[in-house]
Design a binder for this molecule. Sequence first.
Ligand code: AP5
Ligand code: ZN
Length: 214
Amino acid sequence: MRIILLGAPGAGKGTQAQFLMNTFGIPQISTGDMLRSAIKSGSELGKKAKQVMDAGQLVSDEIIIELVKERIAEPDCQNGFLLDGFPRTIPQADAMLEHGIQVDYVLEFAVPDEVIVQRMSGRRVHPGSGRVYHVEHNPPKEEGKDDETGEELVIRPDDQEQTVRKRLAVYHEQTEPLVEYYQKLAEKTDTEYHKIDGTKPVEQVSKELGELLQ
Ligand code: AP5
Ligand code: ZN
């Protein structure tokens, strides 16, 4: 099963990717997580990406397309994958089609901006795995600690309100056109497009996805 998770920052892509990964056994390809580990490793890519990400802007299409192309070619992606945070621009979506990479589902998570701004203030992440929590809506078993490793959870540097608002503006300008792009693609190919109400509680959204994809 090949899936694209489409939606604004904070719409719940990473959260539902965890559920889908566990349920269907397909790997999550999160370009955001890949860039964050490049930053952590101190690589050239990481150095370039950090400033851009901290400012809430998008990393260049060329860099991202190369990253994803290499990742999708790995053996664990041959039976399917979950794209989380990619494609995010029309050129990125075009590049997928040019490389013959088709998907079975495009799942759009719809959440109003103000709900997102509120949500982000409570997000905590486990940097090692990319696992996502929320202090109220999806708390870890032990406060401030990752469920599986017990390691410290952190606040993402791009989650301060000003940066979240910038990321939302970038989403509306550069990523939202993909809604129409994929709706049109779904009319003429086997790709299915579904819009999900991402304001419902985490478990409810997971339940709906499970039913949709079974
Ligand atoms: P990326 O890491 O992809 O960030 P994003 O798209 O901005 O999305 P988020 O991870 O912020 O949100 P999410 O939808 O995963 O929500 P989550 O599940 O965590 O990208 C970061 C940066 O990298 C970009 O700004 C850009 O610079 C760069 N980048 C990445 N990909 C790129 C690309 N393709 N091209 C160019 N640049 C790229 O949930 C958020 C919070 O809400 C959590 O606390 C969660 O617990 C909570 N929550 C989730 N669901 C619910 C619910 N149903 N109810 C209540 N709370 C919920
Ligand atoms: Zn995410």
